[in-house]
Each structure stands twice: as structure tokens, then as C-alpha cells.
Design a protein around this ligand. Structure first.
Ligand code: ADP
Ligand code: MG
Length: 366
């Protein structure tokens, strides 16, 4: 099944409620190529659902040129003429109808398709979603994961230009979420259709997306590959929001000149590697150094800072070591078992060439 893909564009989308006093979408810009799976990621209340609803036509954006599909301005086109499929966290099925009837309901109502075509689409979707044996059940006879599969089935049979999935896995338990997110990605590949997948879960975003758009306060902060979102965050917000355990932050001042630049904080005094010092030229004196726990090492001696092991947490194949460095908590992530014990005094080395250097505005300087 190859749906006619959609080039989707969100252009300076602004959406306010309550006479302009609630700004849900301040200035949202997105471009989704045909066949691409874009994950929209951000904390609760940042405007993800409102953005999706504007794309679907369920909300009226404040500006008249906000939503473009296939190069056409669709901002004021009614939802039914956009051919987009919306899947919500709550599946909202008809309790008295079988799964089969729930899936084909939209087709029976809207499209006046021949019976044979409806059957073909239903069977194909059921096979892809592995729900063939569930078609005669009622919704209450389904598990959470099966229910979400049926919800996807309902979307798939409409052969939409694009799928809009709003936190579709949020109600499922952890193990099932991990399984279903892989499945959704496989289905998207098979269908080769544009998909926007909304989540507030950064781990889910990193695993699912071809690209991730990170949102905050109604504004897209960065659109990039999962790799770049993780390793090259555009600003302090993205750097902090992505990654578990989160980055270590050190409020520092830059001292000295290009040739001999030092990072100084109450617990830290270290040289900036020369290849980075050159690129920090012109930086403000105060910066936030951000460094992921896997890029901090427990050093034999004479590292960049010293601390005491406060807590050790096993995380499967990795271990998280929490250190108390003169009152500041520093997280270190090591492969395998730890070589230190709680209470040990240790020295830490920072891989400064892997660190982030955020200026006072929050922008990443590198
Ligand atoms: P998210 O999906 O990222 O959690 P939403 O798009 O649902 O965020 O909401 C963004 C902001 O807009 C929130 O502050 C929310 O309270 C507000 N909002 C959303 N819909 C409405 C509405 N119909 N009326 C008033 N405020 C709304
Ligand atoms: Mg939402």
C-alpha cells in the first residue's frame, strides 16, 4: 500500500486561546518531507497537541498561512478535505461494534467505497498489524496494545496523506511501549507515509524519529536527527531535556585568552582544549559547561575535579555513579560494574572535547 505522501509544512504557526491571553503555539515552524517520520518532543503544555490539531484542521490558527500540504495553503480547508489521520492516546472506539466494524467505520461513512475495496484495505491493515484474529472481538476484549493497533488500523485503511499520532503509547505500560514504538516505526517504513509522532518522552523520541523537533513554550527549538539532537544540542534547553541520566552542568567563567583559556568554577579549574578554545573566541565570560555522564571518567589522580562517591545505581549493563563534589552532584555513567565503592574519594576527568559550551542566552557556542 503506497499512500500518496504529503509534504507538510508548518509556517510561523501561531495559535492563541482566550482572546490571546493563552499562547499555545507562539511561532512553530516545521517541514516534513514525504515519507518522513518526524517526532515532536517537548514537555507537557509546550503546544504539541495544539500544533497537531492545527495541522489536522481541528483548530483555527491565528495566521492564515500556517499549514501547507503539498505546497498548497490548507490553513482554512476543512479537516475532511485534508486526508490526514489522527490517532490519539485514548482510542475512543464504539463499544458495541466489532473491531472489524470499528476499523471500517470511517470508510463506510465517508468514502462510499465499493465493499470489495473496503475488505481489501481491512485485510491488508489487519495483516500488517497482526490483528487478523481479533476482528470479531469487541473493544472491551482487547488489551491496551491491541487497542492501539486497532486505532492504527482505523487510520491506515483511510490511506491518509499523513498520520498524526498524539502520544499514542502514553497509556501503555513500559514494556509494551518499547515494543509498540518499534512496531510503529516498522509500519511507517512499510507504508512509506509521512508521520508525525508526538511524545513527551525523550527516550521514545530518540528511538522512533528520523528527525526530532524539540519544542518549548510554543516554539520549535531544534529540528535535527536523533544523533545531532543528542550530541549537538542547539541550546541549553535541548541539552538538558535530552538524555537520561541528564547532563552535568557547571556554571563557569572563561578566563585567559585564546591560547590559554581556562574554565573556572568553585569546584573546577581546568584548561580548555586548544581546538575548542579557538572556537570559543568572543564568548561571554560566563558560560554553562554541559557534559554528559558518559563523558566524565573516574581518573586515577589529578583529574579536573575531586569528589566523594555518594551513591551507586546499577542500570543494567551500565552503572550510574553519583558523586558529591564539594556540594555539587556530578553524575558519571560507566560501562559494566563500578570499580569504586560508596564513600570512596575519587578524582574525575572531563572529556572537554565532548562537552557543550552554552553562553548566557543558552545558545550552544560550538
Ligand atoms: P501539549 O500537547 O504539548 O501538552 P497543548 O498543545 O495541549 O500542549 O497545550 C498548550 C497550551 O495551550 C497549554 O498551556 C494549554 O493549557 C493551552 N490550551 C490548549 N488548548 C486550549 C484551549 N482549548 N483553551 C485554552 N487553552 C488551551
Ligand atoms: Mg498533548
Amino acid at each position: 500500500m503506497k499512500a500518496n505522501g504529503a509534504g507538510l509544512q508548518v509556517n510561523h504557526l501561531r495559535k492563541t486561546f482566550r482572546g490571546g491571553s493563552v499562547v499555545a503555539c507562539k511561532d512553530v515552524n516545521l517541514e516534513i518531507e514525504e515519507g518522513e517520520l518526524l517526532v515532536m518532543l517537548g514537555p507537557s503544555g509546550c503546544g504539541k497537541t495544539t500544533t497537531l490539531r492545527c495541522i489536522a484542521g481541528l483548530e483555527h490558527p491565528d495566521n492564515d498561512d500556517a499549514i501547507w500540504i503539498h505546497g498548497r495553503n490548507m490553513t482554512r480547508v476543512p479537516p475532511k478535505d485534508r486526508n490526514l489521520a489522527f490517532v490519539f492516546q485514548e482510542t475512543a472506539m464504539f463499544p458495541n461494534l466489532s473491531v472489524r466494524r470499528n476499523i471500517s467505520f470511517g470508510l463506510d461513512m465517508r468514502k462510499q467505497l465499493p465493499k470489495a475495496e473496503i475488505s481489501r484495505r481491512l485485510e491488508e491493515a489487519a495483516r500488517m498489524l497482526r490483528i487478523e484474529t481479533l476482528l470479531d472481538r469487541r473493544p472491551y476484549e482487547l488489551s491496551g496494545g491491541q487497542g492501539q493497533r486497532v486505532a492504527l488500523g482505523r487510520a491506515i485503511v483511510t490511506e491518509p496523506n499523513a498520520f498524526l499520532l498524539d502520544e499514542p503509547l502514553a497509556a501503555l505500560d513500559a514494556a509494551l511501549r518499547v515494543e509498540m514504538r518499534t512496531e510503529i516505526k516498522l509500519i511507517q517504513r512499510k507504508l512509506d507515509t509521512t508521520m508525525i509522532f508526538v511524545t513527551h518522552d525523550q527516550e521514545e523520541a530518540l528511538t522512533v524519529g528520523d528527525k526530532i523537533a524539540v519544542m518549548k513554550d510554543g516554539v520549535v527549538q531544534q529540528v535535527d536527527t536523533p544523533h545531532n539532537i543528542y550530541h549537538r544540542p542547539a541550546n541549553l534547553f535541548v541539552g538538558t531535556f535530552i538524555g537520561s541520566p541528564p547532563i552535568n552542568r557547571f556554571e563557569c567563567t572563561l578566563q585567559g585568552s585564546d591560547g590559554e583559556l581556562r574554565l573556572v568554577s568553585p569546584i573546577l579549574d581546568t584548561h580548555v582544549p586548544p581546538q575548542i578554545a579557538g572556537r570559543l573566541h568572543g564568548a561571554s565570560r560566563s558560560i554553562t559547561l554541559g557534559i554528559r555522564p558518559e563523558f566524565v571518567q573516574i581518573a586515577p589522580d589529578g583529574g579536573d575535579l575531586a569528589g566523594r562517591v555518594a551513591l551507586i545505581e546499577l542500570m543494567g549493563s551500565r552503572t550510574l555513579i553519583l558523586l558529591d563534589c564539594a556540594g555539587q552532584e556530578v553524575r558519571v555513567l560507566v560501562q559494566g560494574d563500578p570499580t569504586v565503592r560508596e564513600g570512596d574519594r575519587v578524582s574525575l576527568a572531563l572529556q572537554l572535547e565532548r562537552a557543550f559550551y552554552f553562553e548566557e542566552s543558552g545558545a550552544n557556542l560550538l
